[in-house]
Design a protein around this ligand. Structure first.
Ligand code: GLU
Length: 455
């Protein structure tokens, strides 16, 4: 969709959630498309809190919305927290504005007060109300079928459609991108634009996000709240990437897209109209891709709170090396506990079968050879792996007898990642010390193991 071309036109999108609980995936997707579209066209992304339904509002609802938007990395440009040129950004606080705009329509004769009631209603002319939706084309509804359009109730409270239209007009919203569930509200809002003599914005009613396996998103059907995916260890960029591409695909079919690439490619004309089910397998795959693409320093920071850093004696350098080599083995941040922790745990905590292996006579030879091979090797995964294989070949040993004792000496495990990577992740000092400790006849490991020649 191309942005409006009038000289005054500037892309302004808005996300207008009600603070009624955790932000679910469907609403998050609406927010994401609005954010991407605004970014794409150098416009503004506005958060307007539709908090007029005070009965359904929950305490902390606004904070939950912000927490989700911040986690997804799509903070608004204007909103209750940010401020902006069209305050206030909470709908309830705009009630005076709504009432004033209703008075305006009363004065111009576009609205009326009926009989003894004090409710203000819009005068609806018969004939078609036409509007264009980007996905559905031009739709026409007969004005007579819209019934009464109350603007302000007799108790003075503005109605939902009136508040939305007034706010969208006053906030100069150029594109209304929202769930298809709001389609029936659109003709009523279009009538209000007409009454005010304002050109309606472009409308895009996007299809519904369904739970994995179909049906409405709910707590019972997988994680419905976007922050549940944070708890489960998904990379936020993957959730952003995945939800962006629901019902839409980039021109070249590329699916793994950074947020910059998404901003560059977002094209609402390519949105499909069919409802889309959440596919967690795909989201998990994308999480792995985004995790891998992240700089090791950042990944180390993400992982630190998930690992028993103190208990395992990890420092920043350890975390960085772990991030460097284990990113490709993890798809969710939460995988680090199963993939990374076992490497650093004391080898003595491994299983008894593994420890048993160390008492085999051939084991000590293998461990000695590994220690000797690594003592002077550049501490990178590839040279470490090459040096270890070289030592094995020189000694005429087979991999199945040579590698397992070295692995057990390092991690207490019988299986795991490539030993060059394990040694690299453990670091020189820890690696050599663990090897020394696993050799019963070796001189005392002395804790550091890096200096001297214990063999
Ligand atoms: N407050 C509405 C909702 O939470 C959105 C209204 C709109 O986008 O027009 O669904």
């Amino acid at each position: 969709m191309t942005p409006p071309t009038a000289s005054t036109a500037r892309v302004r999108t808005r996300f207008a959630p009600s603070p009624t609980g955790a932000l679910h995936l469907g609403n998050a997707r609406t927010a994401i498309l609005n954010w991407l579209f605004a970014r794409r066209h150098g416009g503004a992304f506005v958060l307007r809190l539709e908090d007029t339904d005070t009965e359904r509002a929950v305490a902390g609802g606004e904070e939950m919305i912000y927490e989700a938007l911040d986690w997804l990395g799509i903070p608004p440009d204007e909103g209750p927290r940010e401020g902006g040129p069209f305050p206030p950004y909470r709908q309830l606080a705009r009630a005076e504005r709504h009432r004033a705009r209703a008075e305006e329509l009363l004065e111009s004769g576009k609205a009326f007060r009926s009989g003894g009631e004090t409710a203000i209603r819009l005068r609806i002319e018969s004939g078609p109300v036409e509007f264009t939706d980007l996905l559905k084309g031009t739709l026409a509804i007969d004005g007579d079928d819209l019934g009464d359009l109350v603007l302000v109730r007799s108790d003075g409270r503005p109605t939902y459609n009136f508040a939305v239209a007034v706010d969208d007009i006053e906030m100069e919203i150029s594109h209304v991108i929202r769930g298809v569930g709001h389609l029936s509200n659109t003709p009523k809002q279009v009538l209000l634009y007409r009454a005010f003599g304002v050109e309606p914005p472009a409308f895009v009613h996007i299809p519904t996000v369904l739970a994995p396996g179909g049906g409405k998103l709910s707590k019972r059907r997988g994680a419905a709240g976007v922050l549940d995916y944070r708890e489960r260890g998904f990379h936020p960029d993957a959730v952003l990437n995945y939800l962006s591409l629901l019902s839409w695909s980039s021109e070249d079919g590329e699916e793994f897209l950074s947020r910059e690439a998404l901003v560059e490619r977002i094209d609402l004309d390519r949105l499909g109209a069919a409802d889309a089910e959440v596919d967690e397998e795909k989201m998990t795959w994308l999480s792995g891709q985004h995790l891998r693409a992240e700089p090791a320093e950042q990944l180390a920071r993400d992982w630190a709170p998930r690992l028993d850093v103190e208990g395992l004696g990890l420092d920043d350098a350890d975390l960085r090396r772990a991030a460097e080599v284990f990113a490709k083995r993890t798809r969710l941040h939460s995988d680090v506990t199963s993939e990374v922790e076992p490497i650093y745990r004391a080898p003595e905590t491994g299983g008894s079968a593994a420890r048993e292996l160390l008492s085999a006579p051939a084991s000590e030879t293998a461990i000695r050879l590994a220690h000797a091979a690594w003592a002077d090797t550049a501490w990178r995964p590839e040279p470490l792996a090459t040096a270890l294989r070289g030592a094995m070949r020189d000694a005429g040993l087979a991999g199945r007898t040579f590698f397992p004792p070295v692995r057990v000496a390092l991690t207490g495990q019988l299986h795991g990642p490539d030993l060059g990577e394990v040694a690299y992740a453990l670091g020189r000092e820890r690696t050599l010390s663990r090897l020394s400790s696993a050799m019963p006849s070796a001189p005392a490991a002395g804790g550091d193991g890096a200096g001297g020649d214990p063999i």
